[in-house]
Design a protein around this ligand. Structure first.
Ligand code: NAD
Ligand code: UGA
Length: 316
């Protein structure tokens, strides 16, 4: 069988770098693109890339996909994973919004236009639970979409663009609505990363609201499994919820980190932040049925691996 050629946008990020490693492990050739946006430190993204950079089947292009010359990058590409985006929920208000529009909407449309001239077999788009807004019980893909944050609006626009181009131009697309992903390499602005680092350092951590907000936490390797399944799936034009095994409150997570590290958390309580849903909860029945998605890692199991990773990252 010919080696599959796969393009990954956002390959230096948390999910993109982990997915790229899996693709290489499966024998694919990976063309990675990333422009090192300033949402967090470049040295962390460089660390994410360090194993990839020396791999003989990996090529890296430090490019902004808003301005890239696509033709040479897309030549012979079989599959595309589009993960590049500006991801934070709570920072998407105010003047930052322009950047969210650029990276999440315009960049997506730019990629889709370039794909019109290609024969790609599947485009997998990294969508988000934030397209729903809040939910009280498990939400399936038919649920009303009512984002609570400007970020959620841009991710929904990106998803709609993918579905639109897919439909009108016969581009095979899958849109994956990830629910709060955690594990090694998690972005440093995300809750688990901040909580583990601050507890290990003996520094105060911040909880927004009363800590009773819950998330459907998805372990990174489960998220990668779902992406791999979507790549190979015969289903086109579908949207999938990608949730995890554990549905917990933020305060429960802090208590689990205290237990796992043997250290006490000093909590500073702050008001709720606009844009944050109170609860997220994925009905993953569709992904189970059509992709044989079967998440394996609960928070307790995944947390241990993330604690080890944070210790190594900061020499703690
Ligand atoms: P990340 O910030 O770690 O990775 C995104 C990468 O994309 C970064 O390295 C950034 O430099 C790059 N990038 C952004 N805009 C670019 C551009 N115009 N050109 C080239 N590179 C660009 O974020 P992540 O947590 O790995 O998220 C990956 C994707 O998954 C995003 O699309 C995000 O919206 C989505 N998502 C993430 C989560 C989560 O819990 N982490 C949940 C739902 C959806
Ligand atoms: C995460 C990702 O960051 C988004 O990119 C993604 O789109 C989204 O999941 C998704 O599921 O679609 P979020 O759920 O806000 O967003 O993830 P965290 O940053 O890990 O926050 C989880 C919870 O912890 C939130 O309720 C937040 O308010 C709370 N939190 C976070 C704190 O109380 N304190 C902190 O210091 C950080």
């Amino acid at each position: 069988m010919n080696t599959q050629r796969v393009l990954v946008t956002g390959c230096a990020g948390f999910i993109g770098s982990t997915l790229s490693e899996r693709l290489l492990g499966e024998g694919c050739e990976v063309i990675g693109i990333d422009c090192f946006t300033s949402n967090y430190s470049r040295w962390i993204k460089e660390r994410n890339l360090q194993h990839l950079r020396h791999h003989p089947r990996f090529t890296f292009h430090e490019k902004n996909i808003l301005h890239v010359n696509w033709a040479p990058l897309l030549r012979g590409v079989d599959y595309v994973f589009h993960l590049a985006a500006l991801p934070g929920v709570r920072t998407s208000w105010g003047t930052h919004f322009q950047e969210y529009v650029d990276h999440n909407i315009l960049a997506t449309q730019n990629l889709l236009e370039a794909l019109l001239d290609t024969q790609v077999q599947k485009v997998v788009y990294a969508s988000s639970s934030s397209v729903y807004g809040g939910m009280t019980g498990p939400a399936d893909e038919e649920r009303l979409l009512k984002p609570l944050s400007p970020y959620g609006v841009t991710k929904l626009s990106g998803e709609q663009l993918c579905l639109l181009y897919g439909h009108h131009h016969h581009i095979p697309i899958a849109s994956m609505r990830y629910f709060t992903v955690f594990g090694p390499r998690q972005r440093p602005d995300m809750a688990f990363h901040l909580f583990i680092k601050r507890i290990l350092e003996g520094q105060p951590l911040l909880i927004y609201g009363d800590g009773g907000q819950t998330r459907d936490f998805t372990f990174i390797s489960d998220c990668v499994d779902a992406n791999m399944a979507a790549m190979q799936s015969p289903h086109h034009g579908e949207v999938f919820n990608i949730g995890g095994v554990s549905h917990l409150s933020v305060l429960e997570v802090v208590r689990m980190i205290e237990k796992a590290t043997g250290k006490h958390a000093n909590v500073v309580w702050l008001p709720e932040v606009p844009g944050d849903p109170k609860h997220t909860y994925a009905d993953i029945g569709k992904a189970r049925n059509l992709l044989s998605y079967n998440p394996q890692f609960d928070v307790e199991k995944g947390l241990r691996l993330q604690i080890d990773d944070v210790k190594k990252l900061y020499n703690l």
